[in-house]
Design a protein around this ligand. Sequence first.
Ligand code: NDP
Ligand code: OXD
Length: 313
Amino acid sequence: MSLLLAVTGWDPDPWLARLRALLPDHPIATPETLKDLSHIRYALTWRHRPGALVDLPNLKAIFSLGAGVDHVLEDPRLPDAPIVRVIDPDLTARMSEWVVLQVLLHHRQFRRYDLQQQQKIWAEDEDQPAASDVRVGLLGLGELGRDAAGKLKALGFDVAGWSRTPKSVEGFSTYHGAQGLDALLARTDILVSLLPLTPETRGLIDAKLIAKLPRDGRIGPALINAGRGGSQVEADIVAALDSGRLKGASLDVFETEPLPPSSPLWGREDVFVSPHNAAISEPGAVAKYIAGEIAALERGTVLSNLVERERGY
Ligand code: NDP
Ligand code: OXD
């Protein structure tokens, strides 16, 4: 029984080391070393080369090495095996750290004071609102959205969230569907997207959506996106920042990654850019999770955290 580790853009060595230690009975191949296709039972992927998983007659499951699976589903020759994604406390905690950090950067006007420090200016905003007067709206109330929402709520923010299907989460308002989106936007100063990339969410964060954010709060509107860059229209974000329609943004994901040097987002004082590392898949934590799932599967237990191909996440 063996594993195929098919990754691009990531160094495979830390993964191979962790997986070999955790699964000593499972020889591990990479697309470069793979000889006998019939030995592969499990494929582990991060942005595998399209077609790299075909012709594996004994494939039992495909594991995404991340929480998102758009990189898996975009392969037109993806085999018909169950797809498992990462749900792991380490990854979830990392994402909430990033989201809380970004919300606080906007809420406490970090860039303003940073620039003032550079110019030795001593000036404060006497109208700095309390967290309870700042409305945070989360797009996506899944594993990551719910955790971030709870932590923002604990800091006192006025939190609400939006999902595809109705949700009831203690402590804050929830909205769903198209009408729910308008209602969420109408009460949001800081919008945080933790949406997966699907046909429905592609290009969602555009000029029309940004125009629905109110301008009656002291902070915002600000946009924070760590879901996927395909959900945002960067030209619209830049135009909204230029016109003042949007006061600031924090972006961890981009339409094209790495973000090209020519992108106007790099040079803006009103934008925080991070290199798609809001929540890295830490090889130790994720390999342990996958080894546990494989062990469970081999004991005859049904796989958890399965992706629904039709809905795209
Ligand atoms: P989940 O699948 O647990 O949650 C997804 C949420 O999005 C759900 O609440 C879902 O609604 C909602 N959703 C999906 N489609 C729609 C839609 N059309 N309209 C409204 N809501 C929708 O995913 P996770 O929380 O685990 O992860 C979210 C995403 O975060 C990943 O897919 C990935 O793209 C991104 N990510 C980014 C990382 C980074 O470092 N930048 C790291 C890890 C993940 P419902 O509850 O009704 O199903
Ligand atoms: C993920 C990511 O999907 O890192 O886990 O983007």
